[in-house]
Design a binder for this molecule. Structure first.
Ligand code: 5GP
Ligand code: ZN
Length: 114
């Protein structure tokens, strides 16, 4: 989608620090990190949010999760732990409407979230 920020990152029309990419997903550093490690893992395909997914997307969603685990391991977070977040819709605090998983680590996380 031409007007979608993350589609433009996938197309490399907007620069980002890409840490992983394959045929299905791209992972890059968040421009406004909320933790020492803060990556965004997104599908190449434009899906606005988790709300628009269904059973046909199960393999893609599973792949997004396993890529998060792989990056966390590469960043040395596997033992200290990390958090995955997918903000969805207004109450979820979503601001960019291209599905993404936040991978946060490098410090203890609090609960409940804000
Ligand atoms: P959301 O609020 O939708 O869950 O998360 C959107 C995330 O995208 C935010 O953490 C924000 O910092 C990040 N972000 C917004 N614009 C850009 C950008 O141009 N480049 C990168 N790398 N991250 C961005
Ligand atoms: Zn998009």
């Amino acid at each position: 989608m031409g007007d979608c920020l993350f589609c433009r990152i996938v197309e490399r029309k907007i620069p980002s620090k890409i840490v992983h990419e394959d045929e299905l997903v791209v992972a890059f550093e968040d421009v406004n990190p909320q933790a020492p490690t803060h990556m965004l893992v997104i599908p190449r395909k434009h899906i606005p949010s988790l709300k628009e997914t269904d059973a046909a997307d199960a393999a893609l969603l599973g792949h997004l999760m396993t890529v998060c685990a792989k990056i966390a391991k590469q960043k040395g977070l596997a033992d200290s732990g990390y958090r995955l977040v997918t903000n969805t819709g207004p109450n979820g605090g979503q601001t960019v409407f291209h599905l993404h998983i936040h991978l946060l680590g490098g410090r203890p996380m609090e609960w409940p979230p804000g």
